[in-house]
Structures are given as C-alpha cells and as structure tokens.
Write a new protein. Sequence first.
Length: 69
Amino acid sequence: MKTNKYVEDLKVKTAAELNEELVAAKKELFNLRFQNATNQLDNTSRIKEVRRNIARIQTVIAQKAGVAN
C-alpha cells in the first residue's frame, strides 16, 4: 500500500530529517487551509491527507524517542 511505503520511508530517516519533514508538512497544511478559506483550493481531500501525514511523522518521532530511552 501507498501509506505503508511512506511510513517505511519515514522510519529510516534521522530525527533531524523527520523534523524537517514535519515543518514542511505543517507549512503545506497552513497553505492549504489558506487556499480553502479563499476558495482557491480544488482538491479539499489534500487537507485530510496532509493532516494524517503529520500524525504519521509525529508517531515515528515518538517511537524513535521511546527507543532512545
């Protein structure tokens, strides 16, 4: 599945790379919300997808932090 591949890609990244990915995803979510508010967004399902990707990234970060302890 597509999401499994994405999660596997996240798991091999370092903590710094994950944080960069998280910041980029949050910026994208902000831009999507802004476009949605101004009625410029065509694909509104992208908001949901980005939110879930943010949650996936945060989950992998938490898992790595738990292993480090």
